[in-house]
Design a binder for this molecule. Structure first.
Ligand code: NAD
Length: 387
């Protein structure tokens, strides 16, 4: 079994929880899970959610069943098996500040060090293999240096820390004291891109995948850009608009949080083409009636043979959170495979396919078509898949 702990029981995590249980009983096919048709060492049926953490007072104490029912129960049946897991209180560190949510973390009624100890003790009982981080997007700077990170935690310099960084630090403590696990960072906070955390991996065997899962339009744009590169078409500009009506988009109306997303998205084009192209790629707006089905518009211009200029315009409506959940199904299994294979640190081949800003720091984004082949090669090399 792969024991999974969820951080942030929002839309993405709820689709993950519900989808995995439905796949297990054959109620739905595993479409949207990239490696579903490959013979991975761990089938999807091996995934077992053992705990979930949130800081929203409206979710804490409820079962995942109840939370999922409220979020997506109108259009998707919620399996009763999710009644077993209650959402626990996590660490807040103001990740929800400015959002219309009543939030409170463990550290707010005691101290950060006590909160860290409490979660670490819970994990020692739960014995997780994988931690999935799907909390609200936060803005953070990489620490780069372990001593600075540890000083910030020890001296409770909470203004320098985000919840994601503290959760990743607890994963390090657990890996060091109990057994190595995998921390999957689906959000833009630099973790796989922070040398401080990669250093902690070396000391403990912790595996980190990140940062920021690549779901809707960005992988599509990356593959389109690869198409341009292979045909030696000179791209003049790339514009990608995203408007959605879920709480992720609401959070991104905050300028700092949006900046975090922008940083993980905009390097993609230049990395693939190898030259500078003016781009506008970022979440553009929040429109509640769109709900989770975001509207994406893409426009690019390129110079073709004999100097003529062509244009591509694509419009799509994409269900945002299920796209994330499908990737998490693979990432949890790949995390456990990496730990079994005694890989520690981060794995570029995994990140390049699943993430917008693949770690380790300095890594280039490549198209997802190319990245998928590299991922399979890596899996073969560690005997994680039978092809
Ligand atoms: N397609 C996608 O949906 C997609 C793609 C890539 C990345 N992401 C990232 O995944 C994350 C989750 O997306 P979502 O659509 O599920 O958002 P969401 O707003 O539905 O869920 C986020 C959840 O995290 C909780 N949370 C916030 N701070 C927390 C903390 N400190 N500890 C524990 N829980 C906390 C919130 O209360 C909420 O339940 C976002 O950061 C988003 O940027 C999403």
């Amino acid at each position: 079994m792969i024991k999974v702990v969820i951080l942030g029981q929002g839309m993405g995590a709820s689709h993950f929880s519900v989808g995995v249980e439905r796949i297990k009983v054959g109620e739905v096919e595993a479409y949207g899970v990239p490696l579903a048709n490959y013979n991975l060492k761990y089938p999807i049926s091996e995934l077992e959610i053992v705990a979930s953490y949130d800081v929203d007072e409206n979710k804490i104490g409820k079962t995942i069943y109840r939370v999922a029912k409220e979020l997506i129960g109108d259009y998707i049946p919620i399996p009763k098996t999710l009644e077993k897991i209650e959402v626990r209180r996590g660490i807040h560190l103001n990740s929800l500040s400015g959002m219309p949510v009543k939030a409170c973390g463990l550290e707010e009624s005691s101290s950060l060090s006590k909160a860290i100890d409490e979660i670490l003790e819970e994990w020692k009982e739960l014995k997780p293999d994988v931690i999935l981080n799907t909390i609200t997007t936060e803005y953070a700077r990489p620490f780069r240096d372990v001593s600075e990170l540890e000083e910030a935690i020890a001296e409770e310099k909470t203004s320098l820390l985000t919840a994601t960084q503290v959760y990743a630090y607890i994963a390090y403590l657990y890996s060091r004291e109990v057994k190595p696990i995998a921390f999957i960072n689906a959000i833009p906070v630099p973790v796989a891109n922070d040398p401080a955390f990669l250093n902690l991996c070396e000391k403990s065997g912790l595996v980190i995948f990140g940062d920021d899962c690549a779901t809707g339009a960005t992988p599509f744009t990356a593959d389109l850009i690869e198409h341009m590169r292979e045909r030696n078409r000179r791209v003049k500009h790339v514009l990608q608009l995203n408007i959605g009506g879920n709480t992720d988009f609401l959070a991104l109306t905050d300028e700092n949080r949006n900046k975090a997303k922008e940083t993980t998205k905009s390097s993609v084009v230049e990395d693939i083409l190898g030259y500078h192209v003016p781009t506008y790629i970022k979440p553009t707006g929040y429109l509640p009636p769109l709900g989770d089905k975001k509207f994406v518009s893409l426009h690019l211009e390129y110079v073709s043979f004999n100097g003529v200029v062509d244009e591509i315009v694509v419009n799509m409506r994409v269900n945002d959170s299920p796209a994330l959940a499908g990737l998490l199904v693979d990432l949890a299994r790949l995390g456990k495979i990496a730990v079994d294979s005694k890989v520690c640190g981060t794995v570029y081949e995994v990140n390049a396919f699943y993430m917008k800003k693949p770690g380790p720091p300095g890594s280039k984004a490549i198209s997802k078509i190319v990245a998928f082949q590299r991922l399979l090669e890596w899996l073969k090399s560690i005997e994680g898949v039978k092809l």
